[in-house]
Design a protein around this ligand. Structure first.
Ligand code: GLP
Length: 249
């Protein structure tokens, strides 16, 4: 561990694989201790190595049969079925572990706030995995999103749609224009947060977290007030963020 800024612990690893192993081990330890743990799951490339480690853990004997999961977000009107976030989770995690599909949840665009009720009724998320957008978004909570927001519909920004065009034949016109996402207040109800940044395109928002600067322009900065938040960074992201802050490498 590198250090603690307010309640955020920064954990640095040399590369994506080591980062995924460290964060994945924290999740495996939670599930071993509480087989009925409630996990908050994220999509995108950031958590992939964590999911690899969870799949390995399953092979080593950790069961997810009683685990419940709540995914952060989902596209609305996604034109390519395999790019929906449910399909992503199926490919990258659910098919590799023994989780019961009826325990896996995604927000419903027709009744977004019901998701918060469902999470509360389950006893709240024990550990929420988060990636981070280049503009500091978490889930699909784009800059400016209220910190009181519950699960809600969100028009996607040009920058996020551009970043995700790679999954849609590199054609921004095919990227959905709207999504449904846990809000910032929903995310903050998780008992523990594990945020992963393993790509230097995320250095700007990470620099903001390292400065302990709280602003609606960087939605992830709401995490500075979370009581139990671990930020996992690859060394290159950490060094790039420090350079942005004018600190010597
Ligand atoms: C997407 C997702 C976020 C994700 C972020 C970063 O738009 N909605 O949940 O954390 O962008 O994605 P990646 O991990 O692929 O960089």
């Amino acid at each position: 561990m590198l250090g603690v800024i307010r309640n955020m612990r920064f954990i640095i690893a040399k590369d994506k694989k080591e980062l995924g192993t460290k964060a994945g081990d924290a999740i495996l330890a939670l599930v071993k201790g509480n087989p009925e743990a409630i996990l908050g799951l994220a999509t995108g490339s950031s958590p992939l190595e964590i999911y690899d480690r969870m799949a390995e853990g399953y092979k080593e004997g950790v069961s997810f049969a009683k685990v419940k999961s709540f995914n952060l977000d989902e596209y609305i009107n996604c034109p390519i079925e395999k790019e929906t976030y449910r399909a992503f989770m199926e490919t990258n995690l659910f098919s590799k572990i023994d989780i019961d599909r009826k325990n896996t949840h995604f927000p419903d665009a027709n009744n977004p706030e019901a998701y918060d009720d469902k999470i509360a009724a389950a006893g709240y998320v024990d550990l929420q995995i988060l990636g981070i957008g280049r503009n500091g978004h978490i889930g699909f909570n784009e800059p400016g999103t209220s910190r009181d927001s519950k699960t809600h519909l969100i028009p996607l920004t040009e920058s996020t749609r551009k970043a995700n065009a790679r999954f849609f034949c590199n054609d921004i016109n095919m990227v959905p224009t709207e999504a449904v996402s846990m809000g910032l207040a929903t995310i903050m109800t998780a008992k523990k947060i594990v945020l992963v940044a393993n790509d230097t395109t995320k250095a700007e928002p990470i620099a903001c977290l390292l400065r302990n600067e709280s602003t609606l322009d960087v939605p992830a900065s709401v995490l500075e007030t979370h009581p139990d938040c671990d930020i996992y960074l690859t060394e290159d992201v950490y060094l790039a963020a420090k350079a942005i802050n004018g600190e010597v490498k």
